[in-house]
Design a protein around this ligand. Structure first.
Ligand SMILES: [Zn+2]
Length: 247
């Protein structure tokens, strides 16, 4: 079975039915990451339409400054959601520095509450790699999917030593950096993702339906010089093992 370890189904908007059909036809186990509460509610609706979709609760760093509610109100969502995502920090694409402190507040709160409950967390680390590494290291926590890593190799090595998991995304075949990162990730920590329809558009201008995951698998298998079936088994094993980390 293919596993898409990080995507955004609510970004499909009017094309959502086509996207869900694509997931069902290709039997892609899909982690539907959320941007905020509203997005999580939508992802839960989609998860009712397909046994392959898991809705994940999170507040994305781009949305963190907009969250004005009490942080305690997030606990019931954290408890309910089997996997937490997308959370993180972004000091690259978020230009307004006033938003950095609210980002830290929301991220650290959700991370700490998730760690208490031993949840798998999916983390966005743009230009905040060291800070996120320190936050995980403080708890020696490795039930983390470091999503689409693109930072320094020296920090990547620290995340690897901590025992984290990593996704490779749709820029494979287009980015030298992705091959460099892929060559460092231990094969037993590797996961694969598509990051929604707009990620591929950002890479090559094409709209990315969920079955784009097949091309990512093919490219990874080609690079690792293994059969695609072998890669599928490895990714499935990695995904299962992620939930038993630290237990
Ligand atoms: Zn994402």
């Amino acid at each position: 079975m293919y596993i898409d370890c990080h995507t955004h189904l609510d970004f499909f908007e009017d094309n959502i039915d086509k996207a869900i059909e694509d997931i069902n036809n290709n039997e892609i186990l899909t982690l539907a990451n959320s941007m905020d509460i509203e997005s999580y509610i939508r992802n839960k609706e989609y998860s009712r339409k397909s046994k392959f979709i898991k809705a994940c609760f999170g507040i994305h760093p781009w949305k963190a400054a907009e969250y004005t509610g009490d942080l305690q109100e997030l606990i019931s969502y954290i408890e309910e959601s089997e996997i937490i995502g997308e959370i993180g920090l972004d000091y690259l694409w978020v230009e307004d520095k006033k938003n950095f402190e609210p980002q830290r507040k929301v991220f650290n709160f959700i991370l700490e509450e998730s760690i208490k409950r031993s949840k798998v967390v999916s983390i966005h680390t743009k230009d905040a790699e060291e800070e996120i590494y320190e936050a995980l290291k403080k708890h020696n926590y490795s039930k983390a999917i470091i999503h689409w890593y693109s930072g320094d190799i020296s920090t990547l090595e620290k995340f690897i030593a901590l025992g984290c998991y990593f996704t490779v995304s749709v820029d494979i075949g287009y980015s030298e950096k992705t091959y460099e990162v892929l060559s460092k990730i231990p094969i037993d920590k590797l996961l694969i993702e598509t990051d929604g329809p707009t990620a591929l558009e950002w890479v090559n201008g094409r709209y990315g339906y969920p079955s784009e995951i097949k091309r990512v698998y093919e490219k990874v298998a080609e690079f690792k010089n293994i059969h695609i079936k072998e890669l599928m088994v490895t990714i499935e094993e990695n995904f299962q093992r992620l939930f038993s980390e630290g237990i």
